[in-house]
Design a protein around this ligand. Structure first.
Ligand code: ADP
Ligand code: ADP
Length: 231
């Protein structure tokens, strides 16, 4: 469970997150929507401490972080282990093959054996439909394929929460459909997902839970049915 209590985030005088309190249950796909500049990305990045709000409490399962206190390196690493981020611009290693990109974290961070990491990477590439691209380099792939590698790479670390920052914004509609198909296949029994998007059709297709932000406030937090059918 991800829980915020009275969380404030400032950029100089500007308040980007305004006393936010909410709880994201496990095994849900929460989609955060709202106008540009409403704080979606800041909120998502707070979940893995890429942004650190100045005030409020953050609970990640049984760990409680007081944003008003300094956060230790150890806590940051623990939180990042639990919250895998898939970035908008993929962040793949250009000099590594697709397979090696997916194996990188398990080998060097989790210290897994090579054989085990390779086997798991192959399973994940199968899941995202890229088994036949394992030995390609990122620049030999389409944007949608690179995005799917980035998803496999985040999943290889086995985080409890997968965070997606605008997973389709760089993609044309066809490639967006590819990514959508993969997201719909991911098993929320294993991972909970939080997705930031501008794309309402995409939100409607994947969300089990919707948060609508405006100017740093949560104006809606509830079911997609309620959000899309009774605005
Ligand atoms: P961010 O601040 O999260 O990086 P941007 O404001 O740069 O997002 O917008 C990313 C893309 O989404 C841009 O191409 C922009 O034109 C588009 N965009 C911004 N706001 C909206 C909106 N409300 N609905 C649809 N598309 C939007
Ligand atoms: P969204 O993802 O909804 O487009 P953001 O979370 O990117 O919104 O931004 C929320 C607000 O915080 C915006 O007004 C934006 O300009 C501001 N902001 C975001 N990042 C920074 C930063 N690094 N420095 C200063 N202001 C920022």
């Amino acid at each position: 469970m991800i829980k915020f209590e009275n969380v404030n985030k400032y950029f100089d005088q500007h308040k980007a997150l305004k006393s936010l309190s909410f709880e994201l249950p496990e095994h849900e796909t929460t989609v955060i929507v709202g106008p540009s500049g409403s704080g979606k990305s800041t909120l998502l990045r707070s979940f893995n401490l890429l942004e650190q709000p100045e005030e409020g409490l953050y609970s990640l399962d049984d760990k409680v972080i007081d944003f008003a206190q300094p956060i230790s390196e150890k806590t940051i690493l623990e939180v990042r282990r639990q919250t895998g981020m898939v970035f908008q611009d993929y962040n793949l290693f250009p000099h590594l093959t697709v397979l090696k990109n997916v194996m990188e974290g398990p080998l060097h961070v989790l210290k897994e054996q090579k054989l085990i990491a390779a086997q798991r990477a192959e399973e994940l590439l199968e899941l995202v439909g890229l088994s036949d691209r394992a030995n390609y380099y990122p620049n030999q792939l389409s944007g949608g394929q690179q995005q799917r590698v980035a998803i496999a790479r985040a999943m290889a670390m086995n985080p409890k929460y997968l965070l997606f920052d605008e997973p389709t914004s760089a993609l044309d509609p066809e490639l967006e459909a590819e990514v959508l198909k993969v997201l719909l296949k991911l098993d929320v029994e294993k991972n909970s997902m939080v997705i930031v998007t501008h794309n309402m059709a995409f939100a409607k297709a994947v969300a089990s839970n919707i948060i609508f932000l405006e100017e740093g406030n949560i104006l809606f937090n509830g079911s997609p049915d309620e959000f899309f059918n009774h605005p």
